[in-house]
Design a binder for this molecule. Structure first.
Ligand code: 5GP
Ligand code: 5GP
Length: 270
């Protein structure tokens, strides 16, 4: 018999807590609306008091600096088979071998010109207690494969310190990890590839078929990054999708990273 929990899981496979309300961004939106209103109301009247003008300029700059911190996020997922079959090899996490699925690498704030901010706030280190209700899902969906074996905290801390601290204006620490997990659940890349007959079987597939399978399944154009296995074969390593700068929705990428795959690439097993 199917209980009500399973039914709600079927109807709503992405847990609600992964997309919590965002009081901060709502405040920012209201602030930007206020700034826009003020701008609209500002008429070039010579009698307008200078102090009011200065106050409006200051308010506009405050609004602009919030929205100009970065332009979008890359949401990056890695194929564990391609991390592990390289010269450097890998180590399974202390929690055991991860599932044969793409894992989250990170959610990275980026600028439209291709550059990106990093390590923006050393006063806000990763704090496991802020994400305690996400840890089990992170172990599953965001496993670490670096050596020596770890429980994930080093990887997650690195991602938070380097990238997450640059989007604190829109995503606090809990929201940062929850959103990334939400996008992982929303973009089932492996399923999209399998639907197109592309499987992690060590076979060789055309890059264009991989891209169009992900485009069809997810609805957005991916960037595919390759690395090379021990014999030097080009293989599917990471998939980049883009998210708007409020961290809410997938968008088409304003710019793609550089890097080349062969026109035929391998999809190794894991
Ligand atoms: P790699 O040099 O191996 O491509 O990247 C090393 C690290 O630099 C990545 O894991 C990521 O933290 C950062 N990085 C590389 N390329 C980009 C990019 O285009 N945008 C952002 N935001 N970070 C990047
Ligand atoms: P990034 O390339 O994001 O700047 O840095 C990745 C860092 O996280 C590296 O120091 C790398 O050793 C560590 N790391 C830990 N686990 C993983 C993993 O599963 N994949 C990748 N790409 N890096 C990992």
């Amino acid at each position: 018999m199917i209980d009500s929990v399973s039914i709600s899981a079927i109807n709503n496979p992405i847990p609600k807590y992964l997309f919590p309300p965002q009081p901060k961004s709502i405040q920012q939106k209201q602030k930007q609306q206020e700034v826009a209103k003020e701008r609209h109301m500002m008429k070039p009247s010579s009698g307008a008091p200078i102090i009011l003008f200065q106050a409006l300029v200051a308010l506009s700059l405050a609004g602009l600096s919030v929205s100009k911190d970065f332009d979008f996020f890359y949401f990056v997922q890695q194929w564990p088979g391609s991390y592990c079959d390289t010269k450097q090899s890998c180590c399974y996490p202390t929690t055991g071998k991860p599932a044969a699925d793409f894992g989250v690498h990170g959610l990275w704030p980026n600028y439209n010109d291709g550059t990106y901010p990093s390590n923006c706030d050393s006063s806000a280190p990763f704090d496991q207690s802020k994400v305690s209700n996400l840890i089990t899902t992170m172990q599953k969906e965001w496993p670490t494969l670096a050596c020596p074996s770890g429980n994930g905290v080093t990887f997650w801390s690195h991602e938070w310190d380097k990238h997450g601290t640059c989007s604190e204006e829109v995503l606090d620490q809990h929201s940062y990890f929850a959103r990334a997990l939400g996008f992982k659940a929303q973009t089932n890349i492996l399923q999209a590839l399998k639907t197109a007959g592309i499987r992690p079987d060590g076979g060789s597939y055309s890059l264009s078929s991989i891209k169009s399978a992900i485009q069809s399944g997810v609805g957005y154009t991916p960037f595919v990054e390759c690395n090379t296995d021990e014999s030097g074969n080009s293989q599917l390593y990471q998939v980049y999708l883009c998210v708007d700068n409020s961290g809410s929705n997938l968008v088409e990428c304003p710019v793609f990273p550089h890097g080349k795959c062969g026109s035929q690439i391998e999809f190794p097993s894991f």
